[in-house]
Write a protein that binds this ligand. Structure first.
Ligand code: WQD
Length: 337
């Protein structure tokens, strides 16, 4: 596989996947519209990998510019990360989310058809499951009504891709249903770069520890869990990046034209577990307060990873302490800039 197009490749998960692809000798082109990242991430990817990155500042909803890119660049496979992903924002601005996330995907698939690109890995989310009735959740569980327009764009995105695969059997696509990505590269040169007030837990923890935020609000202490706080399956971003490599490699030998996998550790941790892990690895005491629940949050979810370990031969290697350690190293490095 010579040239892989990574859309959203300067983003959190995209940048870590670019590093893994480059270190394995893949050639790659990154398309990013810089709406939720900074161009300097390209330099960090190059510094870590020692390879150069071909970066195009392009918005995937711009069909004409996208067409002109594909007409002059041979692409063998696409890893598609580019999307708006803030759950709360999607509730306030649904049209922006449906336009950005779905028009981008439709334009890319039209390019695949027109320019014979037949390998596609899609960034999906465990949010498609809603609150499962039992746990751990397997890929056989039904998709539940999305809790947000963001989650709905992931569900609709999977259906669009699956229908396209049915119409074009040489096109092979895999959706990866991420659980909760967190942590950062061991070099601390790339990590989660939330622009503005973080909505996700771990960047809020590290910014509170760094004194950027006053106090962490723990959303809800009265859930039906051991310590009353929500449970999630946190997965290290480097493990997640490696899952994309495994999916790309599998796309060359898969029989079906479409498949999908849970990408988690298979372990659930509560918000208080995450805080305790952070305090242990940082040696700091975190300033937090338990407040009311956040609307839209589900109580608990964690993955059954049987299918991905069997079919893709992939298993998460990092544990929660590694995630907190690397996230904290990244936060400290950010503050030295
Ligand atoms: C985790 C837990 C919060 C912030 C969402 C999307 C998912 C993916 C990741 C994009 C929850 C609690 C959080 C805070 C808190 N999106 N929390 N205080 O909501 O599980 O998943 O983000 O890739 O698709 O659904 O992640 O990190 O926001 O929350 O107590 O300041 O931490 O209530 O229980 P979430 P999160």
């Amino acid at each position: 596989m010579k040239n892989v197009l990574v859309t959203g490749g300067l983003g959190f998960i995209g940048s870590h996947t670019c590093v893994e692809l480059l270190e394995l000798g893949f050639e790659l082109t990154v398309i990013d519209n810089l709406s939720n990242t900074r161009e300097e991430v390209k330099n960090q990817i190059e510094e870590i990998s020692g390879k150069s990155v071909n970066f195009i500042n392009l918005d995937l909803t711009d069909y004409k510019r996208l067409e002109s890119f594909f007409s002059t660049n041979k692409i063998d496979a696409i890893v598609h990360f580019a999307a708006s992903k803030a759950v709360g924002e999607s509730v306030e601005k649904p049209l922006l989310y449906y336009e950005n996330n779905l028009v981008s995907l439709l334009n890319l698939l039209k390019m695949c058809k027109e320019y014979d690109v037949n390998r596609f890995v899609f960034s999906s989310s465990c949010t498609v499951y809603g609150q499962p009735d039992t746990l751990p959740v397997t890929e056989a569980f039904p998709k539940q009504e999305a809790e947000s327009p963001y989650g709905n764009t992931k569900q609709i995105g999977e259906e669009i891709i699956e229908d396209f695969c049915k119409s074009n059997l040489s096109f092979k696509a895999i959706s990866l249903r991420y659980f909760n990505p967190t942590g950062a590269h061991e070099s601390a040169l790339i990590g989660e770069l939330p622009l503005g007030i973080p909505s996700n837990l771990v960047p809020f923890i590290t910014q509170t520890a760094a004194g950027i935020r006053e106090q962490l609000s723990v959303f809800g202490g009265d859930y039906n869990t051991a310590d009353g706080t929500c449970i999630r399956d946190y997965i290290h971003v480097v493990d997640l990046a490696k899952a994309h490599i495994a999916a790309l490699e599998y796309s060359h030998k898969m029989e079906e034209s479409y498949d999908f996998f849970n990408i988690g550790t298979g372990k659930g941790h509560s918000v208080l577990d995450v805080i305790k892990s952070f305090e242990k690895v940082s040696g700091l005491s975190l300033n937090y307060q338990i407040v009311d629940r956040r609307p839209g949050d589900i109580e608990k979810i964690y993955a059954d990873t049987t299918k991905v370990s069997k079919v893709l031969d992939w298993k998460a290697q990092y544990d929660l302490d590694d995630m907190m350690r690397t996230a904290w190293e990244w936060q400290k490095k950010l503050m030295q800039r």
